[in-house]
Each structure stands twice: as structure tokens, then as C-alpha cells.
Ligand binder design. Sequence first.
Ligand code: PLP
Length: 441
Amino acid sequence: MTDTAQTTVRSVVTEIPGPKSKQMLERKAEAVSTAIPSNLPVFIESANGATFTDVDGNTFIDLGCGIGVTTIGHTNEAVVAAVREQVGRLTHSLVGQTPYEPYVRAAELLNELTPGDHKKKTIFVNSGAEAVENGVKFARKYTGRRGVAVLDHGYHGRTALTGTMNFKIAPYANGQGPTVSDVFHAPNSYPLHDGLDGAAAAKRTQWYLEKHVGVEDLACLVVEPIQGEGGFIVPADGYLPALQEWCTKNGVVMIADEIQSGVSRTGATYASELLGWTPDVVLTAKGIAGGMPLAAVTGRAEILDAMHLNGVGGTFGGNPVSCAAAIAVLEQVKSLDLDSEAKRIEEALVRRLREMQDKYSVIAEVRGRGAMIGVELIDADGEPVAAGPFAAEAGRNGVMALTAGADGNVLRFLPSLIITNEQLEEGMDVIDAAFATVLNS
Ligand SMILES: *Cc1c(COP(=O)(O)O)cnc(C)c1O
């Protein structure tokens, strides 16, 4: 915890949005597609540690981290230094033309940090969705099969394939032409709503896949160990290991989409480990490089080496500056003991949110692991309650929080792992007040 500016405090000095943000929002409306929202309608000017400051001088406690990206904190010293150094030396070469060492070093670190002691290999791409696409390519090539299975409430990206893999086709793929074939959706484990234990939920998932696809056509099952966009759904104990056993028995590659849950987010370096699962392939993105764009596919060497020469790749994948940032992040996983920091955050968030649950009956469940904690909101009639107004009220008071869930009824928190206890408690004070204000309005 070396970043001195982490002590920066929340400070709201204008209405939200302030006058400068308002002007920029008008320019945005003129210049940028209206498809891109502004959920917290302020323009960020700078950020450090667990806070960011907008163009009107308001400083927010960041419980969102750009959706779990700046896990190591905004402008982490080692990341900034690595980027500065690399950007002055080499910004591009295309690894398949002329390789460079940072790509290899970042791959070594991921091979070491991802779950399991088996021999692993890695490739880098530009985004989470692209990691999913490439994970599927490897699985299809390795198995010679076509089918891609996913779970209800999953989220995997916004390309044609990953858009089809999402539980919510609306809004992520509707109105945009044909979806992709050979994608099969099966029920997940959702303890709050299905009441099933891990074995029973796994049996249900397997039954669906055996009927919907037929395992001899199934190349892979792609699963987020803790579902992110779906609302921080933690599967019942034993669910993931049972699915992996079934996949192994049937020659199906099981892929962990750890794009949101990876890189110490949940109190283990990868959430799969926490849930007793050693996946065949692991996808990393969001938290990997302190905000620099980078994503990775890491998996059993025999799976990644099954691809023919030039069957995967791309111009920008594994950019040297992004790789330098990733090395700086991944080398701090152990030195800053980030897994323990996530556990510290879990203790504080769960304690505070349970107190709120006692006061506000709309909070049906507090769930998640590490610094990936959310609350599902349900009214007395069992209907979902939108989390948006609570996030907006927190935003007006200098705290950035996110929403999630099939019905937008999960308020989710993804603070950076270097957030101080004081910042966390203050953030939770604001969330508590937001519940009181919105519920009484
Ligand atoms: C964000 C996310 C993706 C997509 O990543 P992009 O970088 O936005 O393409 C895929 N899977 C999960 C679990 C995610 O959270």
C-alpha cells in the first residue's frame, strides 16, 4: 500500500452532473452514438487509487473500477512506470512477425498463476470477447466438434458469437441481424432461486446438454465461476467440479470465463480455485493490466498446441505496452498479497450489507466473494426491484456503484483491492443512506 494519494477523500462540490460535465454531455450527445450510455453522468478527469475526480472537481469513491478493471487501483505506481518505460522503447511489432520478451513474460506469469499444475500455454488478444472467441476456437479445433454450451445468466461479450452466448440477447444482440448457430444455453446453479445443491444443479445442466446438443457434438462448456453481469451468482458447492468431471468424461473442454472474476478479484487469484475447480482453459481480461487493453487465453498445452500455425492471432493482440502493464500487475499479485486484500474487502462489504439487509427488506440476498459482492433486490411480492435508482443516488453523493442481474435488480460492488478500510466504510455509509432515501421517496 504505497500509493499516498489513496487517502484522497470523497468530495462533492457541485450538483451531479456539474456544469462542465453537463456541457460535455451535450457534446457527447452530438458527437457520439446514442447507443453508448453515461450511467454515472460525469466526465472523469483523473483517477488515483480507489478514487476518481471529475471535470467539476468532484471526487468519487470508486466501487466499480470500470467494471472490475482497475483492480490494482487507478494509476498504480508500478503499472504507470512499466507503461512509461515500454512506450518509449517499443509500442508495436506484431508478435507473429517479430516476437518481444514482454509477451512471453506475461504468458509465463499467467501459466503460473492460473489454476492447476499441468503444463499450460497462453495467447494474448485485445478484449474479453476476443478471448472467449479464441477459447472456443481452440476447443473446437482440439475436439473436432461444433457445439458451444453456456449457462443461463452468463455474459461473454458483444461480438456475434459472444453476443449469442449471452443469456440476455436483449440488449446485447437483438435487432442486429442473425445470431450464431451451434450455441446451446443450459440452466445454471442459482441457489437463491432454484434451491438446488451443487450435485442436483449439475445433473440438471448435464441433462439439458445431453438432450439439446448430444455430447458427441459438444466442443466446450463456457462458464463464469461467479457470474458477473448476471448478478454475482455464486453456484452451489460442488456444481463446477461436477460439471468438470462430466466434461472430462465426455471429451468436452471446460472453459472458465474469469474475465471479471480473475486476477485476485475474489480472494483467490482465480475464482475457479475458490470453488474447487481446475478448468481446462482459463480466460483473463478485465483486471489483467491495470486498465490497459489486454486479454488472454491460457489452457492445457495440448489444447492450445492443437491449433494449426496462424489459426489464431491478430494485429494488436498482446501489445507490448499492455504486456508490460500486465507484468507489473501480475508480479504484484503475490508481493501485495492481493488475495488477502480481497478477503479483507469481503469481510467489510458483507458485514455492512448484512446490516442493511436487516433494515431494508428489499435486500433479498448478500452474495459474492472477495471484492466481488452484490445484493439482489426483490419486493414483498417477489418482483425484482431495479437497482439503478440506488446506484444513481449513491452517484449523486460521490460513490460509484454498478448494477447487474437479468432484471437489473442487483447492486454490485467491484472496488479496487487497494481501497482503504476508511474509504470502504464511507462508501457503505453512502450506500446505506441511498437505500434510506430511495425507499422513502
Ligand atoms: C466483460 C466480460 C466479457 C467481455 O469482455 P470485453 O473486454 O468487454 O469484450 C466477457 N466475459 C465476462 C465474464 C465479462 O465480465
